[in-house]
Unconditional design. Structure first.
Length: 300
């Protein structure tokens, strides 16, 4: 049940945050391995991107990749939040005095993040490629055309084999280890600090909302370079599609920094935050409330 609750929390939050994920993906792919003065941005800002995508591809294009995104949200969060909740309930995240141990919290949140990344990577690859597909006038990065989620999985398997589903898995694991540690550690710590100051003591929903909103800031800053790297590796595809731009995570980070500068590593930070913050808030609030509901039913 711990895993199901975590999965439902992630999938539910994805419905609201997917449009910003589409924008983030486009930002991170535009100007790939080009200096800022060597290309004209197709998307000049968040609102401009929303307008351009809706105008050229239709309003529904803002929900591109929703099916694999929800599968990703369920798979990733069922493993990540489910595993972390078990560790929390078993007291594995606390010291001998019963207080939250930062070191133990970081370890368990990072471990759950890595395992969830491996489990959800196939959905991540497909989601990114569907979100990147656009009208030629606004297309960025390599373009893939799939007739839905099932066709996408079949096509990737036929053309790239099992290996295709795990493109960028190292970047994903690094991103999730860092992001999960930042998210769950700051969420648990923020809840404890807010509670100790008497804030939202009578409102579990308010406490969860406030704590998760605070954790979103740290997550976005911590994971952005790894998020850019993961998107690039997902979208580059097999050698048969053309030159393989990146040989791995560190090669990708190096090339982005050399050609696009420090700015390149933080492409899409704005939409990433606007996706992470509400997704963090919604998923953790839903997770916290479902856990409280389940615990009450179990006791009664």
């Amino acid at each position: 049940m711990d895993f199901v609750i975590g999965g439902l929390a992630g999938a539910g939050a994805t419905i609201f945050t997917n449009p910003m994920d589409v924008v983030k993906t486009r930002f991170q792919l535009q100007g790939e391995l080009r200096a800022r003065n060597e290309h004209t941005p197709r998307y000049r800002g968040i609102f401009h991107a929303l307008y351009v995508i809706a105008r050229n591809d239709g309003v529904l294009a803002l929900q591109k990749g929703l099916a694999p995104a929800m599968l990703l949200g369920f798979t990733m969060n069922s493993v990540r939040l489910g595993m972390y909740h078990i560790a929390e309930v078993q007291g594995m995240t606390k010291s001998k005095n019963g207080d939250i141990s930062i070191n133990k919290t970081i370890f368990w949140s990072s471990m759950s993040g890595v395992l969830s990344g491996v489990a959800a990577n196939p959905a991540s690859v497909l989601k990114t490629r569907i979100q990147a597909a656009a009208h030629p006038s606004i297309a960025v990065g390599r373009q893939y055309r799939y007739n839905g989620m099932a066709d996408g999985f079949i096509t990737i398997y036929k053309n790239e084999g099992i290996r295709g589903f795990f493109a960028g898995v190292n970047a994903t694991c690094a991103r999730l280890a860092v992001g999960s540690a930042a998210q769950l550690t700051t969420f648990s710590t923020a809840k404890e600090v807010l509670h100790s100051y008497g804030i939202c003591q009578r409102s579990p929903l308010g406490l969860a909302f406030s704590a998760s909103a605070l954790s979103g800031v740290m997550v976005a800053i911590a994971i952005c370079p790894f998020d850019v790297t993961a998107v690039r590796l997902y979208n580059q595809g097999p050698a048969s599609k053309g030159e393989v731009l990146y040989k791995g995570v560190f090669d990708c980070l190096r090339k982005i920094y050399i050609t696009e500068g420090f700015h390149g590593l933080y492409k899409g930070l704005g939409p990433l935050y606007l996706r992470i913050a509400p997704h963090t808030t919604l998923s953790l609030v839903i997770w916290d409330m479902l856990n409280n509901l389940f615990d009450k039913n179990k006791k009664s």
